[in-house]
Design a protein around this ligand. Sequence first.
Ligand code: CA
Length: 225
Amino acid sequence: MRILVIEDELKTAAYLKKGLEESGYAVDVANDGQQGLLLALEEEYDVIVLDVMLPGMDGWTVVKTLRSTRTTPVLFLTARDDVDDRVRGLELGADDYLVKPFAFVEMLARVRTLARRGPPRESELIKVGDLEMDVSRRRVKRGGMRIDLTPREFSLLQLLARRQGEVLSRTQIASYVWDMNFDSDTNVVEVAIRRLRTKIDDNFPVKLIHTVRGVGYVLEVKDTA
Ligand code: CA
């Protein structure tokens, strides 16, 4: 889950970032409206926390511009409990608002609600045999049983699952999952695959991750007939 915080008060921004990160979110911070809008349009966020009073471009303009192309949930932060402010924010496309000062736990609750409500993105559910990946919720199940993966393992499985039936080389996997190139003699990919296998395949008679000698790995339901 990724959150964008658009807030010009540095102390507040740092406080929100720290708190949200401690709650398990990945957080980007923009300190003015223009930079915030740019990030909101370029990146994928689950929720945007948007301060109304910002230098350069105010929060109203940010949400109004954002809404012409994006449905990312927006939590507005207003400085005063003014009915007009709230109505205006909601009319322009904000999903919820909070009046400053607020308790962090309250903001966290709002963010969680908005993140759950968030718009579904393309191909959110990937299925391979009895393996199910819910990409937006970062959940994996096999045979109906929940499997906990680290973020890296999740990315690795997501890559293999999106390209099921296709053999991927170690180099391809390394460049997608680690965003870097490894020397051909490193075994980072092998180690990661081994860990993933213990979680995905070890407890099941039908194996999904297969090694193709000298080539790489493939995720598929092999036809044993
Ligand atoms: Ca402000």
